[in-house]
Design a protein around this ligand. Structure first.
Ligand code: ZN
Length: 131
């Protein structure tokens, strides 16, 4: 596991995350498909916001369990909290300044968020089989 530095576009929001980035997640839900983000999820002890807590604004919809955070100044989505586990941090890997998506090696797993309930159930079952 490595430590990466992330930020929004204008630089108001900055954070550090300890993560293993061999598997990234892409989601097909209504907001992720518009954001175009690639994600990795980490527990709270692997995430530190170093700047700009007051520069974030919260957007919620539907079940209002997920927290979609955006920079108030530049509108970039740096991280949030997923519906399936709001205590975790969902990091937009595209906002990491020292991880180049064009040159690094990684696999992208698809989460079919358009069919959220079925996809969540399938992922839980796969995790149980892997235990
Ligand atoms: Zn910004």
């Amino acid at each position: 596991m490595k430590t990466y530095n992330g930020s929004c576009h204008c630089g108001a929001v900055k954070f550090e995350v300890d993560a293993e980035l061999s598997y990234l997640e892409r989601c097909t839900c209504s907001i992720c498909s518009k954001k175009g983000a690639l994600f990795v999820r980490v527990p709270p002890d692997q995430f530190r916001q170093t700047q700009g807590e007051d520069d974030l604004t919260l957007y919620q919809f539907n079940t209002e369990l997920a927290k979609h955070l955006f920079c108030k100044r530049c509108g970039i989505h740096t991280f949030g909290h997923p519906r399936s586990a709001p205590e975790l941090f969902l990091i937009n890997v595209r906002c990491l300044d020292d991880f180049d998506l064009e040159t690094e090696q990684y696999e992208v797993k698809l989460f079919d968020g358009r069919n959220w309930e079925a996809s969540f159930k399938a992922r839980q079952e796969a995790a149980e089989r892997a235990e």
